[in-house]
Write a protein that binds this ligand. Structure first.
Ligand SMILES: Nc1nc2c(c(=O)[nH]1)N[C@H]1C(S)=C(S)[C@@H](COP(=O)(O)OP(=O)(O)OC[C@H]3O[C@@H](n4cnc5c(=O)[nH]c(N)nc54)[C@H](O)[C@@H]3O)O[C@H]1N2
Ligand SMILES: Nc1nc2c(c(=O)[nH]1)N[C@H]1C(S)=C(S)[C@@H](COP(=O)(O)OP(=O)(O)OC[C@H]3O[C@@H](n4cnc5c(=O)[nH]c(N)nc54)[C@H](O)[C@@H]3O)O[C@H]1N2
Ligand code: SF4
Ligand SMILES: [Mo]
Length: 673
């Protein structure tokens, strides 16, 4: 296999090649990776020094990509389940049988009885080929909504018209930075050097989080808010600032709709009860309001933990409103950075996904089981899963399993035997990012993008999705699909058409380079918003019930936050966890004492949806009546979604994992399995 190389040179007597790729994990950072190949065999992975965000540093997961691509646990042959046992079969047999199943289902029940469940386990653009393939079959059933960020996206679209973030470097122009419900030390590690530098320059670094996280330990100010009360806090801060005439009349008069009614409604809300809901003191909220409102420009860096609630969208809108009240929008060092759909707007999604206009059957992602068991019982006959592990990552595992079992034909494309793969009928093994070329960018944070180079030839027995779906299309005689989606380069060239035209480069010229559109724009600098009136839209407080939905019931008095782990990407573990190892659950001393649970001694954690076994740990940074667990543990290790609810947020159809109430009881010594 001929590899395209950027550099080829001698280091002493050694022939050295340098290959540029990027991290495909669904992380804020989307790091650029440099792989050095010594004497054509020894590979060294490191961060790309020429990247202004990565700056030559990769997290532990990024450094372990080489181990992952070479892992002995990878699946390297298509597999078929017969009487509960897996057997290896050839690619031709697998694709022939799968094509036959698809044909039978289409003929007997029509396209809507096929369901595609595609997630973001690999963020390469080429990996969207599954959607184009299924849309070519007709009006198949697709998910809507999000497990991840949906409420906040809907909120920012309502307020600004589009979701854009400030360039990471712009944080250094802030006098106050609020990290509101994000934990970059775990999830967005390249933000940390910017925070440290801003702190050195004298900026206030504020963290608002129910958990005193590692990020909170870096801050100059920390506020331990009660979950789900961020909207109350934002309103209380706005009220204090408006009362002290610290609002920004020029911005509010000229660039916003509906401030007058927002202000009038705010007058009716009691400051004391707003503050009481947050669990903070009046003094703390006042201090925070003045830090934000007086030491400006002030930026707010939002995370996604705080919108995984029934009132998630409203809370983000109220935080946006606070920024608008103080005029911290469209100015360097300001903004409410949530996600960054800047590059995304230069991609031709209609082509890439073969978008079918018109009604298409759909289900809310987090309500998969209700759709299968209640809304369309026995109607879904076939399901394809790719880039996702829904059996584990969807809420309410017991019900999700039941729904899975109801679907007679399931195919999973993955690299590993995940819980989802194990519950399928066929598994098709796919390539790792090091084994292919792809286009990657961050939709969460910065605006770098990469057309990666291939580092290694694909492992024997695996194929990339592009080839998989094209081979299937040939078996199904899908002539049009093969014509429009048959060539990888053509797919990327067309999909990236608007971006390539904008930057004036060809696809080939992009390869191996680390490019960015950053530094060019502070979002909304011209104060022309992407809303229908071109003005910032204040949330209508008159129609908005400002409530904290948290109502711990007597039976389930503890709220469980299931947060993202530092060294895994959800269920993608880079260090293998043996069967039977129990997950740790963290709480403070008061919770340990009240519920008579003992550190390091197994306990049972139960919600109204199921129970799991855990190992309690002391962490005084966890708020009262709260438990913290890291999500992503496999079923063999008591996956946490056995406990989580399958509701959705007010807007954006977002899963509400953190709105989860439990009780805990000690199992005493020795009961570890
Ligand atoms: N290492 C690693 N990195 C990752 C991921 C991973 O699994 N592992 N996942 C990636 C993905 S897909 C995503 S979506 C992002 C998520 O990135 P983050 O948003 O940083 O992660 P979360 O763990 O969802 O939540 C962040 C914080 O929100 C806080 N929080 C929870 N409820 C509330 C609340 O009501 N109010 C406030 N103010 N705070 C609250 C939590 O205590 C937590 O500290 O990370 C990405 N990066
Ligand atoms: N309790 C709780 N649950 C949560 C969350 C939470 O905060 N709490 N967070 C939610 C969030 S934010 C998200 S984004 C979702 C994530 O949900 P998922 O995306 O389902 O989670 P992952 O565990 O990352 O699973 C991705 C799968 O894709 C596979 N994969 C990797 N590369 C490739 C590839 O190239 N091709 C194919 N076909 N497969 C590949 C991986 O091996 C893995 O099995 O989880 C959600 N679930
Ligand atoms: S997981 Fe995130 S921080 Fe780590 S290497 Fe990948 S993109 Fe970078
Ligand atoms: Mo996510």
């Amino acid at each position: 296999m001929l590899l395209k190389l950027e550099f080829l040179f001698y280091e002493g007597v050694k022939l050295v090649k340098k290959i540029k790729t990027a991290c495909s994990l669904d992380c804020w950072d989307t790091c650029s990776i440099e792989v050095t190949v010594y004497d054509d065999k020894n590979l060294k992975v490191r961060g790309d020094h020429s990247h202004s965000i990565t700056q030559g540093f990769l997290c532990q997961k990024g450094m372990q990509h080489l181990e992952r691509v070479n892992s002995p646990h990878r699946i390297t042959s298509p597999m078929k389940k017969i009487d509960g046992n897996w057997i290896n079969i050839s690619w031709d047999q697998a694709l022939e049988e799968i094509a036959q199943h698809l044909r039978n289902i289409l003929n007997a029940y029509g396209a809507s009885s096929l369901l595609l469940y595609s997630e973001s386990g690999h963020c390469g653009l080429k990996k969207n080929i599954d959607t184009a393939f299924f849309n070519s079959l007709g009006k198949v059933t697709l998910p809507i909504g999000s497990l991840c960020w949906g409420a906040g996206i809907a909120a920012q679209k309502a307020d600004f018209g589009k979701v854009l973030s400030h360039p990471p470097q712009d944080l250094l122009n802030s006098r106050t930075v609020i990290i509101w419900g994000r934990n970059p030390v775990n999830t967005n590690v390249h933000l940390v050097p910017f925070l440290k530098k801003a702190k050195e320059q004298g900026a206030n670094i504020v963290v608002i989080d129910p958990i005193k996280t590692a990020t909170a330990h870096l801050a100059t100010h920390y506020y331990q808010i009660k979950p789900e009360s961020d909207g109350h806090l934002a309103l209380a801060m706005a009220k204090i600032l408006i009362n002290d005439k610290l609002h920004h009349m020029e911005f509010l008069n000229n660039y916003c709709d509906d401030f007058a009614s927002f202000e009038a409604e705010l007058q009716h809300l009691e400051l004391d009860s707003l503050i009481e809901a947050t669990g903070l003191t009046f003094k703390e909220v006042k201090e925070l309001a003045f830090l934000y409102g007086m030491s400006s420009p002030s930026s707010i860096i939002l995370g996604y933990g705080l919108q995984r609630y029934p009132n998630g969208g409203r809370n983000i809108r109220l935080i946006d409103a606070l920024a608008a009240v103080t005029g911290n929008i469209g100015v360097s060092g300001g903004g409410v950075s949530y996600a960054n759909q800047f590059i995304k707007q230069w991609i031709d999604w209609d082509y890439l996904s073969n978008h079918q206009h018109g009604q298409q059957p759909s289900f809310i992602r987090s309500q998969f089981y209700q759709y299968i068991l209640e809304e369309r019982p026995d109607e879904i006959k076939g399901m394809f899963i790719t880039k996702g592990n829904p059996l584990l990552q969807l809420p309410n595992t017991n019900k999700t399993k039941e729904a899975f079992d109801k679907i007679p034909f399931k195919v999973t494309i993955d690299l590993f035997m995940t819980d989802t793969a194990a519950a399928s009928d066929y598994i098709l093994p796919c390539t790792h990012i090091f084994e292919e070329e792809d286009f990657l960018y961050s939709s969460m944070w910065h605006s770098h993008f990469f057309y990666t180079q291939q580092v290694l030839p694909p492992r024997d027995g695996v194929k990339n999705e592009f080839e998989i779906f094209n081979l299937l299309a040939q078996k199904l005689n899908m002539v049009e699909f093969v014509k429009h989606y048959g060539k990888e380069e053509q797919y990327l060239e067309r999909g990236l058409g608007p971006l390539l035209a904008n930057i004036g480069l060809s696809l080939k010229e992009l390869q191996g380079k680390n490019l960015s559109m950053e530094g060019n724009e502070i979002p909304w600098r011209n104060k022309q918003f992407a809303t229908s009136t071109k003005k910032y839209q204040f949330i209508n407080l008159k129609n908005t019930k400002v409530t904290r939905s948290t109502t711990a019931k007597e039976d389930y008095p503890l709220q469980l936050l299931s947060l993202h782990p530092k060294h895994s990407l959800h269920s993608q573990h880079f260090n293998r966890v043996e069967e039977g190892v129990l997950p740790k659950v963290y709480c403070n001393r008061e919770t340990l004492n009240t519920f008579k649970i003992i550190i390091d001694q197994p306990a049972e954690l139960e919600s109204q949806y199921g129970k799991i076994k855990v190992i309690p740990q002391l962490d005084e940074g966890v708020g009262n009546n709260l438990l913290l667990i890291y999500e992503g543990w496999w079923l063999k290790n008591q996956g946490v979604n056995t406990l989580t609810p399958s509701g959705v947020s007010d807007i954006g159809n977002q899963a509400i994992y953190n709105h989860c109430f439990c009780r805990i009881s000690s199992l005493g010594k020795g009961e570890t399995t």
